[in-house]
Design a binder for this molecule. Structure first.
Ligand SMILES: Cc1cc2nc3c(=O)[nH]c(=O)nc-3n(C[C@H](O)[C@H](O)[C@H](O)COP(=O)(O)OP(=O)(O)OC[C@H]3O[C@@H](n4cnc5c(N)ncnc54)[C@H](O)[C@@H]3O)c2cc1C
Ligand code: FES
Ligand code: FES
Length: 481
C-alpha cells in the first residue's frame, strides 16, 4: 500500500526565480527559513528526515539560464556553474581531457538517474567527507565563489571551505555561484579512485584523488597533490607523501614509500562500511595503485567510452521555463505523456507522490523513497530521473513521461514486449522503473553493449527476477527495434 510521502518538514512554498539576483534577494529576505535546492538529491532526504529545522521555503535554482555552463577562460582556468550535474561533467570532453579526476569522481556518484539531477555544487555544499567530487576538486586546487546581497562576492579555496562534517564557511544569505580550478596542463597527470561496497549507489569506503606535475623527462615529479576522502571528518590532504614525492621518479620503491606515508597521515574513522584498520590498509593500496597508473600513463584506462547516461538525445531543456511561487493551493501546469495536466498540492510533495496522488498515474512505484531502487524512474524534460528525489514544483512547465506513456494504445513498446517474451518479470514491482531506464538507454544507444546495459540499469534494483533475464530483454528489444 502506497503511503503519501510528504517532505517531512512542512514546506509551504516553492520558488523558482529566473536570475541569480532574484535568488540572492530571496535568500536575504527568508533568512534561515529559505534553502536553495539544485538537484534536490540531498536536501529532499534531509527534509524528509527533519534534518533542516525551520526551513519552510525551497528556492529552486534550476530554472536560471546559464547556471549549467562549463567553460575554460583565456587564462587556463575552468569554471563550472552551480547547476552543472555529474552527468554534465561526464559528458564534457573538456573536463575528461583537462580535469580527469573530477570526471572520474562524477562518474562514481550514485546512478544515471541521480547524476542527471545531482549537481557538483550540491555535492560540495552538503560537505560530507565521503562526497566524491570534493576530493577531486581539492586535488585540482579549486576555489568556490560565494555571492550574497550584503557581502558581494568572495572567493574561497576549497581547502578552506570546510569546518567539519557537513559544515562549511558559507552563511545563510550566500549562494555558491561558481567552481573554478586550473585546467590540467600537458605536464600533469591525475586520477580519482573509489572503493564502495557495490558498483552503483555506493558511498565511498575510501577514495583518493591525485594530481602530479612532471618535469620534462616525464618521470621526475615537480609537484604532487593527494586528497583522501571518507577517512576523517572532512576531506584531507596528504602532506608528507606530497612533499616526499617532489624530486623523485615513480619507481617501485618511491611508490611504496609514498603509499606508506599516505597511510600514516590520517587517523581513519571506523564505521559500518569499514573499520579504521581496513581503511588504513585501503589508503596504502589505493595510493599505490593510483601512482602506478600515473607512472604508466594509464589513468584513463578504465574511463567508459560512450557511457550510458540516460540523458536522452534531447537537449534536456524544458519547453517553457517558468518562474513561479508555488504554495499548497497553487495549481501547477505540466505536460505528462503529451497531455496537459493542471493540479494542486505540489509545494510539499515529491514528483512521485504528486504523479500518483494528484495526476492519478500510479505506474511509477515507490520502492525506497530514497533514490536507491529506481522503481520511481520517470523522464523529466527528456532525462531519466528518480521521481522520489524531484520536488513536485519542478514539474511546473516541464515535460514528463511516465511508464503509462510508452505504449501506443494497445501496442506495447518493443521493450515492454521483450520483458514479457523473455519472462523478465516476476512480482513486477520494479519493472516500470526498469522499462523506463531501458527505454532511455535504447534511445541513447540503440545497440547497447552489455557494459552499457549494466551502466544504464545500475540505478534499478530487482529483488526477484534477477538481472540476467532483464538484460536479455533489453538485448532483444534492441534487435527488434
Ligand atoms: C541514492 C543516493 C546515492 C548517492 N550517491 C552518492 C555518491 O555515490 N557520491 C556522492 O558524493 N554523493 C552521493 N549522493 C549524494 C548527492 O546525490 C550528491 O551530494 C549531489 O551531488 C547533491 O547535489 P544536488 O544538486 O542534488 O544537491 P541539493 O540536494 O539540491 O543540495 C544539497 C545542499 O546544497 C545546498 N546547495 C545546493 N546548491 C547550492 C548553491 N549553488 N549555493 C548554495 N547552496 C547550495 C542545498 O541547500 C543543500 O543544502 C547520493 C544521494 C542519494 C540519494
Ligand atoms: S528510487 Fe525512488 S522509490 Fe526507490
Ligand atoms: S520483478 Fe519483483 S522486484 Fe523485480
Amino acid at each position: 500500500m502506497h503511503e503519501v510521502q510528504t517532505l517531512g518538514q512542512e514546506i509551504a512554498r516553492y520558488i523558482t526565480p529566473n536570475s541569480v539576483k532574484e535568488i540572492l534577494t530571496h535568500l536575504k529576505g527568508l533568512g534561515s527559513s529559505g534553502r536553495i535546492i539544485a538537484g534536490g538529491t540531498d536536501i529532499l532526504l534531509e527534509l524528509e528526515r527533519n534534518a533542516r529545522p525551520g526551513v519552510e521555503t525551497l528556492i529552486d535554482i534550476s530554472r536560471v539560464a546559464g547556471l549549467d555552463r562549463i567553460h575554460e577562460d583565456g587564462d587556463g582556468m575552468i569554471h563550472l556553474g552551480p547547476m552543472v550535474t555529474h552527468n554534465d561533467v561526464v559528458a564534457s570532453a573538456l573536463l575528461v581531457e583537462k580535469a580527469l579526476p573530477l570526471a572520474q569522481a562524477s562518474w562514481e556518484v550514485g546512478s544515471p538517474q541521480l547524476r542527471n539531477r545531482a549537481t557538483v555544487g550540491g555535492n560540495l555544499v552538503t560537505a560530507s567527507p565521503a562526497n566524491d567530487t570534493i576530493s577531486a576538486l581539492w586535488a585540482l586546487n579549486a576555489t568556490v565563489t560565494l555571492e550574497s546581497v550584503d557581502g558581494g562576492e568572495r572567493i574561497v579555496p576549497l581547502k578552506e571551505f570546510y569546518l567539519g562534517p557537513r559544515k562549511t564557511v558559507m552563511t545563510a544569505g550566500e549562494m555558491l555561484t561558481r567552481i573554478s580550478f586550473p585546467a590540467m596542463r600537458a605536464d600533469q597527470r591525475g586520477i580519482y579512485i573509489k572503493l564502495g561496497l557495490r558498483r552503483a549507489q555506493a558511498i565511498s569506503v575510501v577514495h583518493v584523488a591525485m594530481v602530479l606535475t612532471l618535469a620534462e623527462d616525464e618521470q621526475t615529479i615537480t609537484a604532487a597533490s593527494i586528497a583522501q576522502g571518507s577517512v576523517a571528518a572532512t576531506i584531507i590532504s596528504t602532506p608528507t607523501a606530497e612533499k616526499y614525492l617532489v624530486g623523485k621518479k615513480l619507481d617501485a620503491e618511491t611508490i611504496e614509500e609514498a603509499a606508506r606515508l599516505a597511510q600514516a597521515t590520517p587517523n581513519p574513522i571506523g564505521d559500518l562500511r569499514g573499520t579504521a584498520e581496513y581503511r588504513t590498509e585501503l589508503i596504502k593500496v589505493m595510493v599505490s595503485r593510483g601512482l602506478k597508473a600515473l607512472r604508466d600513463n594509464q589513468q584513463a584506462a578504465t574511463w567508459p567510452q560512450e557511457p550510458a547516461m540516460l540523458a536522452g538525445i534531447a537537449d534536456g531543456t524544458s519547453a517553457s521555463h517558468r518562474t513561479a511561487l508555488i504554495e499548497n493551493d497553487t495549481e501547477i501546469e505540466t505536460t505528462i505523456n503529451g497531455e496537459t495536466v493542471i493540479a494542486k498540492h505540489a509545494a510539499g510533495k515529491t514528483l512521485l507522490d504528486w504523479l500518483r496522488d494528484e495526476a492519478g498515474l500510479t505506474g511509477s512505484k515507490e520502492g525506497c523513497a530514497e533514490g536507491e531502487c529506481g522503481a520511481c524512474t520517470v523522464f523529466l524534460d527528456g532525462k531519466a530521473v528518480m521521481g522520489c528525489l524531484v520536488p513536485a514544483g519542478r514539474a511546473h512547465g516541464a515535460q514528463i513521461t511516465t511508464v503509462e506513456g510508452l505504449a501506443e494504445g494497445d501496442q506495447l513498446s518493443a521493450l515492454q514486449q521483450a520483458f514479457i517474451d523473455e519472462a523478465a518479470v516476476q512480482c513486477g514491482y520494479c519493472i516500470p522503473g526498469f522499462i523506463m531506464s531501458g527505454t532511455k538507454l535504447l534511445e541513447e544507444h540503440p545497440n547497447p553493449t552489455t557494459a552499457q546495459i549494466k551502466q544504464g540499469l545500475s540505478g534499478n534494483l530487482c529483488r526477484c527476477t534477477g538481472y540476467y533475464k532483464i538484460m536479455q530483454a533489453v538485448h532483444e528489444a534492441a534487435d527488434n527495434q
